[in-house]
Design a binder for this molecule. Structure first.
Ligand code: MG
Length: 203
């Protein structure tokens, strides 16, 4: 499986990063070795001094597809959860300055904690889904999928022009504003509506 991640999909986050609001979705990948499941602790890597959290809604792909029209895109995912797109912001800044790819900052081991999936039919409206992240019980990010620049269906249409989707692939759909750093000892809790989806420590 592969993990497709969308960058800059919430207006205020693009602004806080001093990034341009994109005309087309921006995407990158994390390998399957970046997955962290079951609320296992995340161990702070020694190659960064500036590790950032980004809470994101994650879709689970349930069928094979390429060149998917947005009208049919909703048929290609059957469940959603939350994930953290951990980012070594210091390394990413260096990559951006030099015009280099971002993998060292985004694709490292365990950089993608992912919660348990909720079937789409259990969610009232996946396109108006409130979610949030708390660190040590303090609210740091709150978003709603209705605020995305590109909807789930537009993302799938765009990415599938370039990359074939397979069953089990995951799509991180972008983070709202409020990103910041974690430190050792922090406890991260993320919610969809009032359901606790992620609850783990940084060690
Ligand atoms: Mg992200």
């Amino acid at each position: 499986m592969k993990i497709i991640c969308i960058g800059r999909n919430y207006m205020e986050h693009a602004h806080e990063m001093n990034s341009e609001v994109p005309e087309k979705p921006v995407f990158f990948m994390k390998p399957d070795t970046s997955l962290l499941r079951n609320n296992q602790p995340f161990f702070y890597p020694d190659f960064t001094q500036e590790l950032s959290y980004e809470v994101e809604v994650v879709l689970r792909v349930n069928r094979l597809g390429r060149n998917i029209n947005r009208r049919f895109a909703h048929r290609y995912y059957d469940a959603a959860t939350l994930g953290i797109d951990f980012t070594a912001r210091d390394l990413q800044r260096e990559c951006k300055q030099k015009g280099l790819p971002w993998e060292v900052a985004k694709a490292f081991d365990y950089s993608a904690p992912v919660g348990d999936f909720i079937p789409k039919k259990e969610l009232a409206d996946i396109n108006h889904l409130p979610f949030r992240l708390e660190i040590n019980d303090r609210l740091v990010q709150a978003g709603n999928t209705s605020e995305m620049i590109f909807s789930f269906d537009e993302l799938i249409e765009h990415v599938s022009k370039f990359v074939t989707f397979r069953t089990g692939d995951l799509i991180f759909t972008g983070t709202p504003s409020g990103v910041g750093q974690v430190k050792i000892g922090d406890r991260l809790k993320a919610y969809i509506e009032d359901r606790l989806i992620l609850d783990f420590f940084v060690r």
